[in-house]
Design a protein around this ligand. Structure first.
Ligand code: ATP
Ligand code: MG
Length: 417
């Protein structure tokens, strides 16, 4: 027997209503906030992610599903959504519309990681991006959208962690300071962090190894080294959040996994998740559109991991979703009854009812047992007599009461409404 690849999951019918509820909530909250859905390819040119996500990130260094296609092109399964959206924004001249461009996506992502709880090789994200939003209000708007989405789903006890990682100007001076600090621990840092030390020392703060994170605790903090513009931007962002009574913790250790962030970065975490506690991460990436060949355009967005969200919702008992039980089960004995059952089921379905019949050649007793298993609200049994009299007993399966009905979808539906 062939099993699913390591790090992938089947979303089974028992879970798909919860997934649909999450997706529908994403669609409706985005509509309220004026974000439009975009769908981009599952695979892209490898260089898009090398440039868009950044050479020094874990994603590009270790996690990408990259292969050569039959035409000799280097192709990568998308590890995230932002780079693809920036490409599409530039390629389709979306910047020519009145700005900002507000987009959202619901996608599968692929990263070659060590599979564990909340960490898969194929996973799903709900994300949004706002291009060309220059006002400081955009940062708060994005964060509010994320929180509204979780709130609408009934998710409780989330923590919003906020930080600013500055702009290329103040980041450069800060990186020098940081480098000097970590140089002292050169012989203790993990191998990955040694390469980060030269290329992107800020990423060491994000290292999950115990020794590196211990060393990073006393490192200089970006938040204390912001230039005046970045400081003002951060204060403004907090002001907008305060005005909406949104609680947050300023957490100087959040630097985010991807290279392209500037200024605001944030993470939303839940204690229900264990080690992989971040359900949503985002921030500003003012340099990315230009980096990928567009005109300088401010960008800001977030991505939420849906598998982790499902885990939180299950832990918090938030699984009551749409009712999928049939409205009616029509059992039949004999050829004539069988055909009438088929027609009635079809007519009721076209009227919007969930109508079921047997498809396994069961005896009438077994059909009723099956109707019970399906938890059908009503049942109707058709035999030769019922067909001859054009009438049958419609039974309410929860209280056992029944009424006589003519064999027409109109009449049956008037009783099961
Ligand atoms: P982490 O630090 O957990 O590796 P990340 O910084 O790599 O996260 P992002 O690239 O910001 O994550 O992705 C946004 C969200 O997508 C994460 O907060 C998380 O909820 C989810 N996510 C990321 N990688 C995975 C994965 N391998 N499996 C499941 N969900 C993931
Ligand atoms: Mg990661």
């Amino acid at each position: 027997m062939i099993n699913k690849p390591r790090g992938t999951e089947d979303i089974l019918p028992s879970d798909s209503p919860l997934w649909r509820k999450i997706e529908q909530t994403a669609h409706s909250v985005c509509a309220e906030f004026g974000f439009k859905e975009i769908r981009t390819p599952v695979f892209e040119d490898t260089s898009l992610f090398q440039r868009g996500v950044g050479d020094t990130t874990d994603v590009v260094q270790k996690e990408m599903y990259t292969f050569e296609d039959k035409g000799g092109r280097s192709i990568t399964l998308r590890p995230e959504g932002t780079a693809s959206l920036v490409r599409s924004f530039i390629e389709n001249s979306l910047y020519a519309n009145p700005q900002p461009t507000k987009l959202y996506y619901l996608i599968s992502c692929y990263r070659y990681e060590k599979p564990q709880s909340g960490r898969l090789r194929e996973f799903h994200q709900f994300g949004i991006e706002c291009f060309g939003g220059t006002s400081d209000a955009a940062d708060a708007e994005i964060i509010t959208l994320a929180l509204t989405f979780f709130k609408r789903l009934g998710v409780k006890d989330l923590k919003l962690n906020l930080n600013s990682i500055g702009c290329p100007v103040c980041k450069k001076a800060y990186n020098e300071k940081l480098k000097a600090y970590f140089e002292k621990y050169r012989d203790k840092l993990c191998e990955t962090c040694l390469t980060r030390l030269d290329k992107n020392p800020m990423r060491i703060i994000d290292c999950k190894s115990e020794i590196c994170s211990e060393i990073a605790k006393d490192a200089p903090r970006m938040i204390d080294n912001l230039c005046d513009d970045c400081k003002a931007h951060f204060e403004n962002t907090k002001k907008y959040l305060d005005a909406l009574d949104i609680e947050y913790t300023v957490n100087p250790n959040i630097v985010r996994g991807l290279d392209y962030y500037t200024r605001t970065v944030f993470e939303i975490t839940s204690d229900a998740l264990g080690a992989q506690s971040t359900v949503c991460g985002g921030g500003r990436y003012n340099g990315l559109v230009e980096e990928l060949g567009g005109k300088p355009t401010e960008g800001i967005g977030f991505a939420a991991g849906l598998e982790r969200l499902v885990m939180i919702m299950k832990a918090q008992g938030l699984c009551d979703t749409e009712d999928l039980r049939p409205d009616i089960f029509i059992a039949a004995i004999g050829d004539a009854a069988d055909l009438t059952a088929q027609k009635l089921v079809y007519d009721l379905r076209s009227m919007g009812y969930k109508a079921e019949r047997d498809l396994c050649g069961r005896s009438v007793k077994a059909q009723m047992k099956y109707a019970n298993k399906l938890n059908s609200a009503f049942s109707l049994v058709l035999g030769d007599d019922e067909i001859k009299n054009n009438s049958a007993e419609l039974k309410n399966m929860s209280d056992g009461e029944s009424v006589s009905v003519a064999l027409s979808a109109d009449e049956i539906s008037s009783h099961i409404r």
